[in-house]
Write a protein that binds this ligand. Sequence first.
Ligand SMILES: [Zn+2]
Length: 343
Amino acid sequence: MGLAAGRIARELGRWIPPAALRRTGQPAALFFHGVERRTRDPQLQTNHHEVAHFRAILSALKQFDFDVLPLDAIDDVMAQPEKYSRSLFLMSDDGYRNTLGVAADILDEFRMPWTLFVSTAHIGSGLPNPVFLTWLFFLRAPRGAYRLPHFAEVVRLDGDESRMKWARLGSDHLRFLPAAKAEEALAMMRSAFAPGALEALVENFSSEHFLDWNEVRALAKRGVTIGAHADTHWPMHAAQDEEYLRQQAAGAKAVIEREVGPCRFFAYPFGNKPDVGAKAWQAVRDAGFSHAFTTLSGSLSAGGNPWLLPRYGLGPRDNHIASLVPLLFAGNARLRSWQASLA
Ligand SMILES: [Zn+2]
């Protein structure tokens, strides 16, 4: 596997003064997850920016004349990208409660419009993100040996080292199983905890709590664009069947339209090459979404398939963001060849 284009841009961006790139660039989409006042578990809260770092990113975007636009401008931007060389779209994935409690106020203060992509099954249901559940199991389940369905090896959790090893291996293995099989393994993981113990753990990690629909509507009222991040927060790769993909795309759209209002934007959970199959973008197109975002790096002038657009994931401390954004086009060739492979 070669160096991801996002990483190349990140490395180069460290060495180029942002002022040198002030007039260059191409429109791009940037995303984050949650914003927390304080994160206390670096293993489990990897999805969240701390307030000071989040502010530093927005300040840099403002200082170097980036123009953050509402996502509805995307039709114009994609039609004439050369007119929008400093334009950006800001997005948050999943639908964490701290987007309302923390991020929304900061973004308002900077007068930056943004889009929230929600995974509908998790909104207001108390159902944790399966990714988080997986990590909780491997890192916090009672010490012991577990036979998980669809795992070839017995999972032995008996020390920090074995837990970390399994957290990495096990979550990757689970991610590429068909959803129904992954769910069987997840059910076993849940049952490893004493009654109430898992709920107490989840309760403790407030960063991982999702919004409810009243809160999503409150954000929409404040001008936040609400998009779909599938129904369950799980990949839409080639091992998933068509009915599952239809539910993830059309199902999520129907729920958002019932609860909030019209919804035409989609972002794939995980969203990297192995997480999005050809049938996935077709299901998203057929559901009536106009645009969908992956997590492959690139700029929006790349054109190509509007249901496989590039997006850059903001690192927890992207100190060189103003130099990095104008270099995102470096990912476009890789993006286009991937789009062609899924045509
Ligand atoms: Zn996500």
